[in-house]
Ligand binder design. Structure first.
Ligand SMILES: NC(=O)c1ccc[n+]([C@@H]2O[C@H](COP(=O)([O-])OP(=O)(O)OC[C@H]3O[C@@H](n4cnc5c(N)ncnc54)[C@H](OP(=O)(O)O)[C@@H]3O)[C@@H](O)[C@H]2O)c1
Length: 340
């Protein structure tokens, strides 16, 4: 017997990818239901070679459903996730609402799969922020070998990280550059995103960091190790899908760049493409639609005692959201529900 799975936010970027990935990975689902707001009632979404008709989340009863993959933003999640959890359905949530709750596991299956076993406290598991998810997959095997002390990361985040409105704004503004009579001022982003970069994602905090930067710090500590120091600068770039990160890592022990490359080659979820020649590295366009997080430009940082630099690229709608959520469901099946 398989699972009954609800995809909540099925008409959104992440929800559609969740349906694709459930089908691609042949998740053992007996039944899948697509849910969204009343606005989308009756609209059709693809699940493998099937077409699902979207139902109204507000009218849905989660009783008898095993797993709900949520991708609807924090405000709506606050209303509907407790209803699902109370009905006995395990919620795997993509919003930031529950990530910092000590009683809710925050899980990246390549890094801390055992944390799913805490699910019974609330029937809720949180999925990390997209930039954190790909970074910790890269950091974990290196931490196991040489103990990470400090990470300095700069991100280059695509507009799909800001949902459908983000994608539309880059598309419309890019077209309007060539047709100045059709001006498209910034709405979703704080400045023009077409042909520009914006060093500001999410709200500003008292420290001067943005919330996105704070999330990378807090989530890395919760998922991996509270002793790791992280400082981040998060930047929105005019790329549709695929987040990139330049990561500088300082270790307690010396780690040679060749050994780091070998460790990363063997690690789950990673693909190393690292040739020191023209094009011998991965760019965001090449990672779209892939499961792997790609690592390139691995090299010694000789300006600190034990330093390594690397370049990390991943499909933010996949490892940063939908893929990680489906992997959590798979881990939950193997470790807790044991049904499939
Ligand atoms: N994009 C990423 O890289 C990424 C990464 C990690 C986490 N996330 C998180 O994933 C969530 C969704 O992101 P997204 O990029 O998929 O956004 P999106 O493309 O804008 O889609 C939003 C989805 O939420 C649904 N929704 C919104 N309000 C609702 C309500 N009140 N009731 C029911 N459904 C509602 C929408 O349904 P309608 O179509 O009916 O409006 C739509 O299906 C957000 O929490 C986001 O922070 C995104």
């Amino acid at each position: 017997m398989g699972y009954r799975v609800a995809v909540v936010g099925a008409t959104g970027n992440v929800g559609r990818e969740m349906l694709n990935i459930l089908a691609e990975r042949q998740f053992p689902a007996d039944e899948v239901v697509a849910l969204a707001s009343r606005r989308s009632l009756g609209s059709e979404v693809s699940y493998g070679d099937k077409t699902l008709t979207t139902k109204d989340l507000d009218a849905f009863d989660f009783t008898g459903w095993d797993i709900a993959l949520f991708a609807i933003g924090s405000d709506a999640t606050k209303i509907y996730a407790p209803k699902a959890a109370k009905a006995g359905c395990i919620v795997i949530d993509n919003s930031s609402l529950y990530r910092y709750d000590a009683d809710v596991p925050l899980v990246v299956p390549e890094v801390n799969p055992e944390a799913v076993e805490m699910v019974h406290k609330n029937n809720i598991i949180a999925n990390p922020n997209c930039s954190t998810a790909q970074m910790v997959v890269a950091l974990k095997p290196l931490h196991d070998r040489a103990r990470i002390k400090r990470v300095v990361v700069s991100t280059y985040q695509s507009v799909s990280g800001a949902g459908k409105e983000g994608i539309d704004e880059l598309w419309d503004q890019t077209k309007s550059i060539y047709n100045p009579t059709d001006d498209k001022p910034a709405k979703k982003f704080t400045k023009q995103i077409a042909f520009n970069v914006i060093p500001h994602i999410d709200v500003f905090m008292d420290s001067g960091d943005t919330k996105e930067e704070w999330k990378m710090v807090a989530e890395t500590k919760k998922i991996m190790d509270p002793s790791i120091k992280v400082t981040a600068t998060c930047v929105r770039v005019p790329v549709f899908v695929g987040h990139s990160e330049a990561i500088n890592i300082e270790f307690e022990e010396f780690l040679d760049e060749d050994e780091a490359r070998d460790i990363l080659r063997e690690a789950p979820g990673l693909m190393v493409i690292d040739k020191r020649q023209d094009g011998g590295y991965v760019t965001p366009i090449e990672c779209v639609g892939d499961f792997a997080t790609f690592i390139s430009r691995i090299r010694q940082d000789t300006t600190v005692e034990n330093g390594i630099n690397l370049w990390c690229v991943s499909d933010n709608l996949r490892k940063g959201a939908a893929l990680n959520a489906v992997q959590i469901a798979e881990t939950l099946g193997q470790r807790v529900l044991k049904k499939g």
